[in-house]
Write a protein that binds this ligand. Structure first.
Ligand SMILES: Cc1ncc(COP(=O)(O)O)c(C=O)c1O
Ligand SMILES: N[C@@H](CCOP(=O)(O)O)C(=O)O
Length: 462
């Protein structure tokens, strides 16, 4: 499989190259040259496979000849062997048509583990036998950071610099990152919001001298390998609910559009998805874009769902690329316009291509709390607030097929918000251990390119 940039002018790479590169050198995002498809019978054939077997089956066409089938299966066995539930991503029934897909049984209790456990192993495999030392730069609102750090801490040939917005992640999320004292882990609290952190990461990739000096790579969902691993659970869940003979809808709490884009890819691969519901909080740029074509930034509002407090949604670019006939030059111009003004309108062609599969909903704090209370009272399920946003959208969707809400984080990562909404305070699972007793290490920096790159220059090159 070959990978090309959404902006059309970066080198075409194989899977190994795209994984190590992270972001394309023209500022675009790597996407597979074609979408592989599975026949009805091939999807039926996924029934009865374990999660790790399903993962190897779904990922194989994307990996191409960068790994042998045996190597890919071995990596999947190792990655998903670290999950605390035998089903890896179990399905829970809430009522007749409403289901929950629990994606938080990995080491750091959020859906990010599903992809990042795999990505850590891919980095290690692709660096083996080379003298390359990778510098990973990442931006996090809390969950990507801890999952990425868990996946690469202590690995030879990798340094990780993780930027989180100071004071805007929960204490548990912060401690999951900052108590990892491995020498290759560098946590930076930046004085800004998540969008500032993400913009700094992209600026570092776009500074060719800096990017080459450090051999930069990415763990955010700008890295194609992240999304590839997330496609798997759409197949795994849908097949358990009767696909391919049964159509299924998914409701996805959305920020950077990575998770729901993985659902889009599953649909392109032949999974009969009735609808993808893009659920946003009051930071609703994606809801406005999908419902009226208006993709324009507002002021970020801090909410009980900090992982969705975002205005610039990286992976939306991948969808826009597909939706405009994969015209990289036209998309590059459209994105440059957005980067200059903070606003753009989707073209009619883009809106028409997107409309049949996607729907969206903006969910406010009251509706989120109501959905969380309904899940607690009627189905005995305590949800984290992000999952509450998606459940609210799912229950209002009016669809007459099974609707699967993606439960993206363990409720214990957001204890205060869960207690406010439901009155119950979820306990921290034993597997996170003595998080509150451990020493923390991080550096606070202004949200400027100069401050962050000087820090990395001072710590990264060995
Ligand atoms: C708990 C949680 N839910 C939902 C999201 C949004 O997912 P995405 O950025 O892939 O849209 C995130 C962050 O990415 C998250 O951490
Ligand atoms: N909500 C995310 C933000 C980064 O998203 P990513 O999926 O692009 O890594 C987080 O938890 O950090």
């Amino acid at each position: 499989m070959r990978y090309l940039s959404t902006r059309g002018s970066a080198p075409i790479l194989d899977f190994r190259g795209a994984t190590l590169a992270g972001l394309a050198s023209d500022g675009g995002l790597y996407v597979p040259e074609t979408w592989p498809t599975l026949t009805f019978e091939e999807i039926e054939g996924l029934a009865g496979l374990s999660y790790a077997q399903t993962a190897a089956r779904i990922m194989a066409p994307f990996v191409g000849d960068s790994l042998s089938a045996e190597e890919l299966q071995a990596l999947c066995d190792t990655a998903y062997g670290r999950f605390s539930h035998a089903a890896v991503t179990p399905l829970v029934q809430l009522d007749h048509d409403q289901w929950l897909l629990e994606l938080f049984h990995g080491p750091t209790l959020a859906f990010k583990d599903v992809a990042l456990q795999m990505l850590g192993l891919l980095f290690e495999r692709f660096l083996r036998g080379t003298d390359t030392r990778l510098t990973i730069v990442g931006a996090t609102s809390g969950d990507t950071g801890s999952a990425a750090i868990d996946a690469v801490a202590g690995r030879a040939n990798i340094d990780i610099f993780m930027l989180h917005p100071a004071g805007r992640v929960t204490e548990i999320q912060r401690r999951q990152m900052t108590t990892v004292l491995a020498p290759n882990v560098h946590n930076i609290a930046i004085e800004g919001n998540f969008d500032d952190a993400q913009a700094l990461v992209k600026a570092m990739f776009n500074d060719r001298a800096f990017a080459d000096r450090h051999t930069l790579s990415a763990v955010n969902s700008i890295n194609w390998a992240r999304l590839m691993a997330q496609i798997v659970y759409y197949f795994y869940a849908a097949v358990r609910l009767g696909a391919p003979g049964q159509r299924i809808a998914f409701s996805v709490p959305t920020g950077n559009f990575g998770d729901v884009f993985a659902g889009y890819v599953a649909a392109r691969m032949g999974l009969p998805i009735e609808r993808l519901i893009v659920a946003t909080n009051v930071n609703d740029i994606l809801h406005r874009a999908l419902s009226s074509g208006d993709y324009s930034k507002g002021q970020v509002q801090a909410t009980a769902t900090p992982s969705m407090d975002i205005q610039v949604s990286s992976n939306f670019e991948r969808l826009l690329f597909d939706a405009n006939g994969r015209d990289g030059a036209a998309l590059a111009a459209q994105m440059k316009g957005f980067e200059g003004t903070g606003a753009m309108r989707l073209t009619n062609a883009q809106r028409q291509a997107i409309a049949p599969l996607f729907t969206s909903a903006r969910v406010d704090a009251d509706d989120m709390s109501r959905a969380m209370r309904w899940a607690a009272d009627e189905a005995g399920q305590i949800l984290d607030p992000h999952s509450g946003i998606a459940l609210s959208a799912a229950r209002k969707s009016g669809l007459d097929v099974p609707v699967v809400t993606l439960a993206t984080a363990h409720p214990a990562k957001f204890t205060d918000a869960v207690e406010r909404a439901t009155g119950s305070r979820p306990a921290l699972p034993r597997r996170v251990g003595d998080l509150f007793e451990r020493e923390e290490r991080y550096t606070t920096l202004p949200a400027t390119f100069e401050a962050v790159t000087a820090f990395i220059d001072g710590h990264g090159l060995r």
